[in-house]
Design a protein around this ligand. Structure first.
Ligand SMILES: [Zn+2]
Ligand SMILES: [Zn+2]
Length: 248
């Protein structure tokens, strides 16, 4: 637990996580009716959230105060959890646990700061040149293996909503989704691709075309230029390959 911009002062265990897709105010009302008492939020909070599209409820247990410490955090993700203090780090809202030994095992967490390197051990992502040649799906998949986050997304099992959509996904859907999410860099870049409900999201996170940050990080595409037609076609091809593979 951490106040914005301050030290971490307490830890807790996550007992359960519920994820909701909200289509109307009624959906939010339902969540409030069922969990409102435990959420302990005032009316202003619910007023603010009435048009929310997604909701994540995290049930916590076993809260403990700890000696205050800082967590390195450069993005705007709401949750970055530290389990056994300083030993494990959950990156982003999904349950990917980063152990210090992951780097030794060849699993890194790449960031782009002029060049692409691991946030934790500093090693370089050595495929920058290859990625600029826009390699085929199998090659990209292989290249993503050392990237813990992407590799996990490429292999994780689809949720049941995404699974149901799998046979209906066509090229045009993928194109549209890419234009909408990464055609140009949106103000909320990094948050435009959900984690649930569509196999295209999984493919985007896995293949590094979920946001403009990832396109820059892995494919060397500058954030401030609109996505070019040949790249749009390229990423559509990659995602369609993923979809085909998942359909088998
Ligand atoms: Zn590393
Ligand atoms: Zn991304």
């Amino acid at each position: 637990m951490q106040e914005v911009g301050k030290n971490v002062t307490a830890t807790f265990k996550v007992k359960d996580v519920l994820f909701f897709e909200c289509h109307s105010e009624a959906d939010i009302d339902k969540i409030r009716a069922q969990y409102g008492k435990d959420i302990c939020a005032d009316d202003d909070f619910w007023e603010l959230k009435k048009n929310a599209k997604y909701a994540t409820l995290i049930f916590v247990a076993d809260p403990k105060t700890v000696e205050p410490f800082k967590v390195y955090k450069s993005d705007r993700s709401a949750f970055k959890t530290v389990n056994s203090v300083k030993e494990e780090l959950v990156i982003n809202r999904r349950t990917i646990i980063k152990h210090p030994r992951d780097c030794e095992r060849g699993k890194h967490y790449f960031v782009f700061e002029g060049h692409t390197h691991c946030r934790f051990c500093g090693c370089a992502f050595t495929y920058e040149e290859t990625m600029r040649t826009r390699p085929d799906y199998q090659t990209v998949k292989r290249i993503m293996r050392p990237s813990m986050w992407n590799d996990e997304w490429l292999h994780v099992e689809l949720d049941h909503v995404a699974k149901a959509k799998l046979p209906q996904i066509g090229r045009q859907d993928v194109r549209k989704r890419l234009i909408k999410s990464v055609g140009v860099c949106p103000a909320d870049d990094g948050r435009q691709t959900p984690y649930y409900g569509n196999p295209v999201y999984y493919a985007q996170h896995g293949l590094g075309c979920c946001c403009r940050k990832c396109l820059e990080k892995f494919y060397g595409i500058p954030k401030d230029v609109p996505l070019l037609e040949h790249d749009l076609e390229y990423f559509t091809d990659l995602i369609m390959e993923y979809i085909r593979e998942r359909c088998i």
